[in-house]
Design a protein around this ligand. Structure first.
Ligand code: URA
Length: 441
């Protein structure tokens, strides 16, 4: 078999065979297929797409390219949650303790941020002492002791995707439905959960810009999950504005803690409660309405917040920071950004805002970049809000005044104003499962 022929078949719109896909995954992971041929295939897939069968084969061969975690030692139904990525998305960090506080184990491996999206692990590491790189045995012990552990992926989880994702990132082939679906699902399958809840984002800060495309991506992922016997449900949620008001690692940890203290902004609170309720349904804890009530109760009675502190302690972190945010420390410089005109904030280019936070030092432009845990943006206005000229739109945090200047320039370039009010967007658009697509109520 020759890689040349595989590229040619896909370029000409043919369906690849399972053998061809296995040959590519194996060869790319072991280095015998060079980057230039893998890039050509990724671009051919970008233009020609893949059938459901091809996407399924690509997923399973990637999932088997490295270690596979066996969670069967943990009793009960293990439900994983995955977001396709966005700006200000700190949901995992609040949702996992809610679910765990109801006795449903959460054993989760998360990733780091790249580009405009933040990563759960980077956020957690803003807590002094906390270590997300835990040996597998300790990971199991923590789940056993406190019911919840969110840690880094083992070094050898889906190495084929690690290489292919990095290549796609620099060859303009990220936003392809079969490539995203196989990338996400190969990691979820290898990470071992029985059931999977996907949070598929749509809007200006997401890979999928419209709810319709997000539904297509969700359907591809749900089909893969069902094919390999992992019940998978996807919620389509809004990423046309940042989630919550905080963007940046320590700022987001504080806001996630606020969700569990009952004092966070409404959009992030509702999103976390809904995700937790859907995870509880997948874990067979009751109907959606019952699970919504259970999730709300765990926040109101403080048990979810206590569980968050236990997890932080078990990962070696100083949980006192969650009660006293001053212990995080403070960025060296800060600056208020003023509204350039009066009017309604009518659109937020959410990817642009994510890049503004990267420019402040809160994220990575390249994998090797260091992150400033205290840098970021605290928004004071979001889409739909009316502001007067000169009113504070956001406060920026960074290590130097130069970084603040660049962050301000990028933030202002990402905001649009109008004289008329704009229609509210829902937090959730649809739920996609093997039963079909339901509009969200
Ligand atoms: N997240 C992933 O893990 N893979 C993609 O391709 C896109 C988002």
């Amino acid at each position: 078999m020759r890689m040349f022929d595989i590229i040619k078949h896909k370029r000409d719109g043919l369906e690849l065979t399972e053998e061809e896909i296995a040959f590519f995954v194996r060869g790319y992971a072991d280095g015998s297929i060079p980057d230039y041929q893998a890039s050509a295939l990724a671009m051919a897939i970008y233009y020609q797409g893949m059938s459901a069968r091809e996407t399924g084969w690509l997923t399973t061969h990637m999932a088997c390219s490295g270690d596979q975690v066996d969670l069967s030692r943990i009793p009960g139904i293990k439900v994983d949650k995955h977001s396709t990525g966005g700006v200000g998305d700190k949901t995992t960090w609040a949702v996992a303790p809610i679910v765990a506080s109801l006795g449903v184990p959460v054993a989760k491996m998360s990733g780091r941020g790249l580009g405009h999206t933040g990563g759960t692990l980077d956020k957690l590491e803003s807590i002094p002492g906390l270590c997300v790189e835990q040996p597998l045995e300790r990971f199991f012990e923590i789940v056993h002791e406190v019911g919840v552990a969110v840690v880094g992926q083992t070094g050898n989880l889906v190495p084929a995707d690690k290489k292919l994702y990095a290549l796609r990132d620099v060859t303009a082939t990220i936003d392809s439905i079969p490539l995203i679906a196989s990338s996400v699902m190969s990691k979820k399958i290898a990470a071992g959960a029985d059931r999977i809840l996907l949070d598929v984002k749509c809007g200006s800060g997401a890979f999928m810009k419209t709810p319709e495309d997000a539904v297509k991506l969700a359907q591809a992922m749900v089909a893969i999950g069902e094919e390999v016997g992992r019940t998978t449900v996807a919620l389509i949620s809004d990423m046309d504005r940042p989630l919550g008001l905080a963007i940046g690692n320590a700022l987001e940890v504080m806001e996630a803690a606020d969700v569990l203290k009952g004092c966070a902004p409404d959009d992030i609170t509702q999103t976390c409660l809904e995700l937790a309720a859907n995870m509880l349904v997948l874990a067979e804890q009751g109907s959606l309405d019952e699970c919504r009530a259970m999730a709300r109760r765990q926040v109101a009675n403080g048990e979810a917040f206590e569980r968050m502190k236990l997890m932080v302690g078990a990962l070696g972190g100083d949980a006192r920071v969650l009660d006293d945010y001053a212990l995080f420390g403070q960025a060296a410089c800060s600056k208020d950004v003023a509204a350039p005109r009066a009017g309604y904030l009518c659109h937020m280019d959410t990817e642009g805002i994510g890049m503004a936070s990267v420019a402040l030092g809160a994220g990575r432009a390249k994998k090797e970049d260091a992150i400033d845990m205290l840098a970021g943006i605290r928004l004071a206005a979001k889409t739909g809000d009316r502001v007067e000229q000169g009113a504070v739109l956001a406060t920026l945090y960074a290590a130097t005044p130069e970084l603040l200047e660049e962050g301000e320039r990028r933030l202002l370039a990402s905001l649009e104003f109008a004289d008329e009010p704009v229609a509210e967007r829902p937090h959730f658009f649809a739920r996609v499962s093997c039963a079909g697509v339901e509009a969200y109520d």
